[in-house]
Design a protein around this ligand. Structure first.
Ligand SMILES: Cc1cc2nc3c(=O)[nH]c(=O)nc-3n(C[C@H](O)[C@H](O)[C@H](O)COP(=O)(O)O)c2cc1C
Length: 272
């Protein structure tokens, strides 16, 4: 079969990458044990400067994390510029055990508007970007077993000789407004301006400079912040000496509230 598997993802703390890679690897293996997967990791800003396009021979597994119940708005420009030209697509969203709300339907709609045929979709759970305990260590073995099974079903759909049907996924239209955290009195709070701080543990290794998806950390002085912060968790979770932290009280309150309110384990939802 003349199908090329592509794995595309934005993944600041690596959970979306795990799901998309495992899915792409199993589909690819089913098609041809030796096939080479084309990986496009668009987490870093440099990569998002190049637009990509596909053909009818491509199958594109594309994943983004859920931010505020939606596709991260900082990715919209890049995502809207990908051209499908009839390629098959599998939209995947990964969320931190609260809810994926309208992110999956939004991603599917973007892909279809770009000329892809969405044949399956899934919402998976990953450790929450804000927390080390909410959905801790997910995706775990149980999640990956579900990914593998889903990959087999997608493969069977791809090799069908008949016209491949497009998929319907869960979500509302119009899409929900971006989810807003609340303060102790229930008033919405805007945490967009909140930026990470740097403590004395910092060894100036520059890792944070190189992994910030917004390219916002100053290369000369890593405690300086030059652009926007999307609270993706990369600099906090990947720092080898725990030098980055948030001290904003609304952010910390929101994080704690999520950890309390959403402990109940959610399971992946698949659409095919
Ligand atoms: C700004 C922001 C908003 C988020 N909003 C949600 C949300 O609405 N629902 C949810 O369950 N998780 C939410 N999360 C958590 C991420 O979707 C989740 O941790 C995901 O696994 C992160 O993916 P990554 O490891 O690929 O970066 C949010 C994370 C960030 C940074």
């Amino acid at each position: 079969m003349n199908k090329k598997i592509n794995a595309m993802y934005f993944s600041a703390t690596g959970t979306t990458k795990k799901i998309v890679s495992a899915l792409a690897e199993k589909i690819s293996k089913n098609i041809d044990d030796e096939a080479i997967i084309n990986y496009i990791d668009f987490t870093l800003p440099e990569v998002r400067k190049k637009s990509v396009s596909f053909t009818e021979e491509d199958v594109v597994i594309i994943g983004v994390p859920v931010y505020a119940g939606r596709v991260p708005n900082v990715l919209l420009k890049y995502l809207n510029a990908i051209t499908g030209n009839g390629a098959l697509a599998v939209p995947i969203v990964v969320y931190g055990n609260r809810n994926y709300d309208d992110a999956l339907i939004e991603l599917k709609d973007i892909l279809e508007l770009n000329g892809f045929k969405a044949i399956a979709g899934g919402a998976f759970i990953g450790e929450h970007s804000f927390s080390k305990i909410l959905a801790k260590d997910r995706p775990d073995e149980k999640d990956i077993a579900i990914v593998i099974d889903f990959a087999d079903k997608i493969y069977k759909k791809i090799i069908l000789k008949d016209e491949i049907q497009t998929v319907e996924v869960k979500g509302n239209k119009p899409y929900r407004k971006y989810y807003m955290p609340k303060d102790e009195k229930g008033r919405p709070v805007d945490i967009r301006k909140v930026k990470p701080k740097t403590n004395n543990n910092c060894i100036d290794c520059k890792l944070c400079v190189n992994i910030c998806p917004m390219g916002s950390i100053d290369a000369e002085d890593v405690s300086k912040f030059n652009g926007i912060c999307i609270k993706c968790g990369a600099c906090i979770k990947k720092c080898p000496v725990q030098a980055k932290y948030y001290d904003d009280k609304d952010y910390l309150r929101h994080k704690q509230e999520l950890e309390i309110d959403f402990v109940h384990r959610r399971e992946p939802e698949l659409f095919i």
